[in-house]
Design a protein around this ligand. Structure first.
Ligand SMILES: Nc1nc2c(ncn2[C@@H]2O[C@H](COP(=O)(O)O[C@H]3[C@@H](O)[C@H](n4cnc5c(=O)[nH]c(N)nc54)O[C@@H]3COP(=O)(O)O)[C@@H](O)[C@H]2O)c(=O)[nH]1
Length: 525
């Protein structure tokens, strides 16, 4: 019982640590969730980008094939001027082609012919430009404005040599709203000084007739930015970049998640280790899965077993939990009343199953100082009737500064008046003082094993311990020597005139059947 105070301090330390650990754990879980979430988002958006890029590039390949096809057609028909026949043929080509909406022919770096002139809806530009004012007419190259990269795009132009192809924004509109950055490969400064074949100035004229690379690798997009034209391109390399981005962010997310998980598991383990005793003790108390083990009490006059001390044991799915761990929890969390009542009930039930051939037979049960109240005393008294004939209940108590002297004295005297013996436990540890020997009703003094275990017939300690039986004799109480682990300490306590002994030498705490076997053999007599 005396060790509780040290253990209680330990528990307090645990609880602070557990609280910190708990916060750390919660924070880890939160961060982990964030990391996992961010990783997933990155992974998802990268995958989506790769998918969009794939789709875009597939589409562009189709566009390029169409452009090549029409280009070959134009060559085949030998369209070298903007004759009506040429224009009709070009228009036919654009009308049957789902991709191209307009074909323009350049001759000598001048746009000579165009199939249609779509209506241009003026994009909102900042600063506003008057480029599309009435003086240029309403017919321009771009037939509709579409959004791409967050800016207004006039259209998509593909050019082979001196032929400029405008692709249908309707067809590309959805794809052209891809939100990732496009790689800027070429820049073509704009000019609005060129003219359509029919004499109108056109937007597409601004594109210098530099042959653009229109290969299966690249797509050039004409962007109208302040109505200076320049081209941007996305090519296959970009897809790889996206892919690796996706992979990197995915791997990064996975690695971060893994680290987070590991950190969480490590913290959770220590968290559970620290909080474990509390959860396990609470569960065992609720379901009453504690077991009573019994350690023999030996009468030193004849070495016979004259009693036992009931000691609580807890074993659950996680293994054993020692009293050094659960007793402080019970004390700290104020569960003493429920625990001790159930221990007492259990001990009484167990002793009723035992065959005892010694009378009186002492049944010692440890109680907490907090148990010393009148309701508890009433409960103890109510248990006495169920004790077998000849069994004497012995309650082992330790000192506690928090219980008032009056309450202490009153409880002990009441218990004593009902024939309950009282033992002062852990004498010699500093927690039990000689002052308590004066308390009316105290029957036994249990000398702590720290005074006994190193005792030999001629040790220095013996001179100190030798006083204990003398003091006890004066106070009229019996002395129990705890912690007898070998014949030397047994001989020493005998020579000092102690009355009873307990210790591993006679037997460790054991379950009911083990204790019954020991009683049946009564080996020490
Ligand atoms: N209020 C309650 N306290 C209880 C109850 N059950 C146990 N306890 C207290 O927990 C402390 C640790 O108990 P435990 O691990 O059971 O240890 C007991 C013995 O096993 C141990 N002992 C006995 N002989 C020897 C020995 O020769 N050597 C050695 N190293 N240890 C030995 O001593 C403990 C019994 O001590 P005590 O109670 O002072 O007689 C302990 O403080 C228990 O009191 C409970 O149900 N209620």
């Amino acid at each position: 019982m005396c060790k509780e105070t040290r253990a209680m301090r330990k528990l307090r330390f645990w609880r602070v640590k557990a609280t910190l650990s708990g916060s750390f754990c919660a924070l880890s879980v939160f961060l982990l969730s964030l990391i996992v979430f961010a990783g997933l988002l990155l992974w998802k958006s990268s995958r989506a980008q790769v998918a969009v890029a794939d789709e875009g590039l597939d589409l562009m390949e189709k566009v390029i094939r169409d452009v090549d096809e029409i280009s070959r057609e134009i060559e085949r028909f030998g369209l070298h001027s903007c004759s009506r026949t040429a224009l009709t043929h070009l228009r036919k080509l654009t009308s049957i082609n789902p991709v191209l909406s307009d074909i323009g022919l350049y001759f000598d770096d001048r746009l000579a012919c165009t199939t249609i002139a779509g209506r241009f809806s003026k994009p909102r530009l900042d600063p506003p430009t008057d480029f599309l004012s009435y003086e240029y007419g309403s017919n321009v190259w771009t037939d509709r404005s579409i959004r791409s990269l967050g800016v207004q795009v006039g259209g998509i132009a593909a050019r082979i040599d001196n032929r400029l192809f405008m692709m249908k924004p309707l067809f590309l509109g959805r794809r052209s709203s891809m939100s990732f950055d496009w790689q800027l490969i070429h820049f073509y400064p704009g000019s609005d000084q060129s003219f359509h074949a029919d004499g109108m100035r056109g937007l597409a004229d601004g594109v210098r007739p530099t042959p653009l690379r229109l290969t299966s690798k690249s797509l050039y997009i004409q962007r109208c930015d302040s109505w200076s034209h320049y081209c941007v391109a996305v090519d296959r390399d970009y897809q790889d970049i996206l892919r690796s981005n996706g992979l990197i962010s995915g791997l990064g997310g996975a690695a971060a998640s893994l680290l987070g998980c590991l950190a969480f598991i490590v913290r959770r383990r220590s968290f559970m280790r620290q909080l474990g005793p509390v959860h396990r003790t609470r569960a065992a108390l609720r379901a009453w899965t504690f077991e009573c083990h019994y350690q023999p009490l030996i009468d030193l006059t004849d070495d016979g077993v004259v009693g036992c001390e009931a000691l609580a044991r807890l074993s659950d799915e996680h293994g054993m939990l020692s009293p050094g761990e659960f007793i402080p929890v019970i004390h700290e969390l104020g569960w003493e009343d429920s625990f001790t009542r159930q221990m007492l009930e259990q001990a009484v039930a167990d002793i009723r199953t035992m065959r005892l051939d010694r009378s009186p037979f002492k049944l010692a049960v440890n109680i907490f100082p907090a148990n010393l109240n009148s309701q508890f005393v009433d409960f103890v008294v109510s248990c006495l009737d169920r004790l077998p004939e000849g069994v004497v209940l012995n309650l082992e108590i330790t000192e506690d500064a928090t219980i008032s002297e009056a309450a202490y004295q009153e409880a002990i005297q009441r218990l004593s008046s009902h024939g309950v013996e009282i033992s002062l436990d852990d004498f010699g540890t500093g927690y039990c003082t000689l002052g308590r020997l004066d308390t009316v009703g105290v029957d036994t003094l249990k000398v702590d094993r720290s005074l006994i275990s190193t005792l030999t017939p001629d040790s220095c300690q013996q001179s100190l311990t030798a006083y204990v039986p003398k003091l006890a004799q004066q106070a009229g109480v019996a002395v129990v020597a705890e912690g007898i682990e070998g014949p030397d300490s047994l001989a020493a306590v005998k020579s000092l005139g102690m009355h009873y002994a307990q210790g591993f030498y006679f037997g460790r705490p054991m379950n009911v059947s083990g204790f019954q076997e020991l009683l049946d053999r009564d080996v020490y007599r």
